[in-house]
Design a protein around this ligand. Structure first.
Ligand code: AMP
Length: 591
């Protein structure tokens, strides 16, 4: 682990991509079989592979507690160190150095031992047990090794690495074509496994594996119809943008699993979809959106919220808020059910590189059992457009069907897991919202006195691998949501400055606004006019928040005269906030 930590620091010290790749490749070549996949997964800033259902469940409070057990340093000195660095790993290193914690670097834990401790922390129940396991690990680690451990645990590497760079390093380390590495990464969904296949020269054996969720293909925001046609035209595919939750459905025989956007297994929450999928005559993987749907109409997102996070929902709730799966993509398909075949013998042909046009044709040929006819499925509404008027008319029609806006797709595009490319563009509420990370909170005023109801939020500055503030707003969340978030922010306060608290930057909120302005008030260099929190995005993590680049593009679009579009959209979002009933909350609050 010490060598991994040293490498992380060397990678952080250079901004040159080729140097980073070179350092990584050289390091990866030196690792033995057991260490290679662990090191690679750690390099993506995760204690476990991305599609792994496990999470350590450790927050800053537990890390602070563990550090206190090792060095006797109190929480205040960790907070002070954090204020100096804005980086938890650096703060932990400082505190341990400060108390003279100096075990021999050579005797520190190996990568395998660190991975095993992470697994034990995940399995342990309660923050006290988790903290003592971590304290045990840190006790044997010199400050530099401890920094590396905390980098991985906190999910914040801050060394300027993206997964693409790690893939490039794997290709270079083992002298394999980058395309082959990317393809294997896409199919296995596991970068550690991909590194092993690269080393063994077996990248071509990578397979699409059912019940290993693939990362979802993402859409880029588009400003308006003109931009969409310019990027994807002359003729584009237009689907309704449904306001539900993204879901990947895997089926093999009678085994069905549903995965959420953060790759968690949510099958237990939607039994009607699982039961419906058991009856279909094929194996494969669908991509789609789960919606609340009753009496032939989509119910608003607020209705679906009552179902989120509830395993085995009671039948009254199922009757009140029935859900359906709206399929819009097919990622793999296999032979029909053959009772003579055991599950392992069934194969699924990957369709990721097949053009969307063909994937859609195959999807339609599956004849999914329709909602309203005893099934739980629907196909996304698809049409084509080749003019600004056509796209705007489709937008209004989608809104009239109570959907959020449009997803515009290039019919020749491949499915690129985890990538936010230009194959899919989203046109929603004319882009009057951006997803931001909450970085600070304050107690509110009046009725909201005593709860943490005022949020400061930031967008991602990708070029500098940091968060930059863009605004503050009173929360537009419900009382129940604010109460739940207050508890969470209480547990994840990093430091206090009078009324203002710096909090762990992991909660994403969708912020509505009227106009973007240039301003020196916030670090982003921009400010939002009339910002308001439209909703919590607990399905997104900080890495999925919008970027400074997006804000800049929106601002430039505004300057170029698209102002009427943005303000019109903002009014829609504001109405949504105002009409939100006060009695619904999402039950999953992320640690
Ligand atoms: P956003 O969450 O605003 O970044 O928008 C992207 C999300 O829109 C996707 O992750 C899906 O959950 C959702 N979505 C709704 N309808 C569609 C559709 N027809 N095609 C693709 N994604 C869709």
């Amino acid at each position: 682990m010490r060598r991994w930590s040293e490498l992380a620091e060397r990678v952080a010290a250079t901004t040159r991509t080729s140097e980073k790749t070179g350092l990584l490749a050289e390091y990866l070549r030196t690792l033995d079989d057991g260490a290679l996949p662990i090191a690679v997964v750690f390099l993506t800033g995760r204690p476990f592979p991305e599609a792994d259902q496990r999470a350590t469940g450790i927050g800053w409070a537990t890390i602070a507690n563990a550090v206190a057990q090792v060095g006797g340093a109190d929480r205040a000195s960790l907070a002070a160190a954090y204020d100096r660095h804005s980086d938890l790993a650096a703060a932990v290193g400082d505190v341990l150095e400060g108390v003279g914690h100096a075990p021999s670097p050579e005797a520190g834990p190996s990568l395998g031992e660190v991975a095993a401790t992470f697994a034990a922390i995940e399995a342990a129940s309660g923050p006290a047990k988790k903290a003592s396991l971590l304290a045990g690990l840190l006790a044997g680690s010199d400050p530099r090794t401890a920094r590396g451990i905390v980098r991985v645990l906190s999910g914040e590497l801050r060394i300027g690495l993206r997964e693409g760079l790690v893939e490039a390093a794997i290709a270079k380390a083992f002298d394999r074509p980058l395309d082959a590495v990317k393809r294997a990464g896409m199919l296995t969904g596991d970068i550690g496994r991909t590194a092993e296949l690269a080393r063994e020269d077996r990248l071509d054996t990578a397979e699409l594996t059912l019940f290993h969720p693939l990362k979802f293909m993402l859409a880029s925001p588009a400003e308006d119809a003109a931009e969409i046609l310019k990027r994807l035209g002359p003729t584009v595919w237009v689907e309704d943008k449904y306001d539900g939750i993204r879901c990947q459905l895997h089926r093999l025989g009678r085994e069905v699993r549903l995965y959420s956007r953060d790759l968690h297994d949510v099958s237990g929450q939607f039994p009607e979809i699982v039961e419906g999928a058991r009856e279909v005559p094929w194996d494969g993987i669908l991509d789609g959106e789960i919606l609340a749907f009753r009496d032939d109409a989509v119910l608003p997102f607020i209705a679906l919220q009552a179902r989120l996070g509830r395993k085995d929902p009671p039948s009254a709730l199922r009757a009140e808020v029935p859900v359906i799966f709206v399929a819009f993509d097919l990622l793999g398909v296999g032979t029909g059910p053959d009772d003579d075949l055991d599950a392992d013998a069934r194969t699924v042909t990957p369709l990721l590189e097949t053009p969307l046009q063909e994937r859609r044709r195959l999807l339609e040929s599956l004849a999914l059992p329709a909602a309203g006819e005893g099934g739980a499925f629907a196909l996304s509404h698809l049409s084509t457009a080749d003019s600004i008027d056509g796209l705007e008319a489709a937008f209004s029609e989608a809104r009239a069907r109570r959907n959020e806006g449009l997803m515009v797709k290039d019919p020749s595009s491949a499915y690129s897991p985890g990538r936010r490319g230009y194959g899919w563009l989203k046109m929603k509420k004319a882009l009057a919202t951006i997803d931001c990370v909450v970085v600070g909170v304050e107690v509110g005023h009046g009725k909201r006195h005593g709860v943490l109801a005022d949020y400061a939020f930031a967008v991602r500055d990708e070029a500098h691998d940091q968060l930059v503030t863009i605004g503050k707003a009173y929360s537009g969340l419900t009382d129940a949501e604010i109460a739940a978030m207050t508890r969470w922010f209480d547990d994840h306060t990093v430091s206090r400055h009078g009324r203002y608290r710096v909090v762990e930057p992991t909660v994403v909120v969708e912020v509505a606004f009227d106009v973007i302005l240039r301003s020196n008030r916030h670090r982003s260099g921009f400010a939002l006019r009339f910002p308001r929190i439209a909703r919590l995005r607990l399905d997104k993590d900080a890495s999925e928040a919008d970027t400074l680049e997006t804000v800049r593009a929106l601002y430039e679009g505004l300057q170029a005269g698209a102002e009427h579009l943005v303000t019109a959209g903002a009014r829609t979002a504001a109405t949504d906030v105002a009409s939100r009933p006060a009695n619904v909350t999402r039950s999953r609050v992320r640690p």
